[in-house]
Write a protein that binds this ligand. Sequence first.
Ligand code: CP
Length: 399
Amino acid sequence: MDGQASQAADASINKAVIIVMDSTDRSRRARSASMAESVSAHVTMVPLHLITPIIHALTRDRLNGCPPKVQGWVSTVMNKRGDHMTGLITMDDLTNEAILEILDDAERLLPVARGDTYLPLLQGKILGNLFFEPSTRTRMSFETAMKRLGGDVVNLGDVKTSSVVKGETLYDTIQMVDGYTDIIAMRHPRQGAAQYAQDSARVPVLNGGDGAGHHPTQTMLDLFTIRQAHGSLEGLKVVLAGDLRYGRTVHSLSHALTRFGCELVLASPSLLRMPREILDDLTAHGAIVTETEDLLGSINEADVVYMTRIQKERFADEDEYTKVAGAYKLHANNLEGAKASMIIMHPLPRVDEIHPSVDGTRHARYFEQAFNGVVARMALLCRLLGVSVPADVPQGGEA
Ligand code: CP
């Protein structure tokens, strides 16, 4: 293409982007906005990736009038390997029906996660674990899930020993791992980085937490744990407590619970209230939401109390952290009036917000919750790799 034609094509793209911006849904726009915020040392923006989240939203019909160059770029974005889900970046990527199917798959995979049944559904597949931020549960449960299903894992390992320290961009890193693996699990400190990675990769990307943004695979194991305890997700009263401002787990979970008709009580210090745009999203989905600073006064009516850590690492100003550190400390004595069926959850790690006296109560569910990360991630890996989980998985031995 000569210079003049190229300029004309670029102008058309700008026009196409503006048209699409007018017609994309709210969550898609929000994601693009957070992606734009993710420009950092790890993220180098190039025109294709600036527009890919937006052109994802185009239907093929609308593309027919676009120049061939635009259509080619859209194909690059849309034609991931396989014709199954292209990734899991936020809970918007899953319908309620898909969520329930994945939870059912996870349920059937319990004997495999426990090591009682050998079921190599993912033999020959490789997961790339890219964790640019510390993790114990998410990284290890992804690895366990893949290995229990007969697959393999390659890890970026400690960022300090990777080529990231030589200045390699996230875009380039993703290009490499895309070639080495069949699927990527990624955690990154920048909100929007997972969407950026998905737009840069041909293999599916699972968002294992992007800054203060989203943590959808955590939400899937949280939903699994809630359904395991209560038999259903519908109509429950759920208290989300602690750092609702920066807590990506509660950002994703509140959205999902709302879609299943749960009533939410948001208990936080005023400095750590749920962000306004998320509250707006919840109410737009018909949520009944109460905000309060009184956690203890909310416990007796609750079916689920979901505690979170106040995350020192997210505060720009340490004085601000000091004001809210230790705001909530749940002790076994605080649970005397709770419903017998009420469960206490926590994505972990905890600091001091759940006293060890709670661990031995009938309510504590956080360690089972962490174990459930293996089955939830097994089911997600199968779904994203286009592998069906058999309807009847044996309770022991070889399947
Ligand atoms: N729940 C969770 O994300 O834990 P990790 O930070 O240990 O992965």
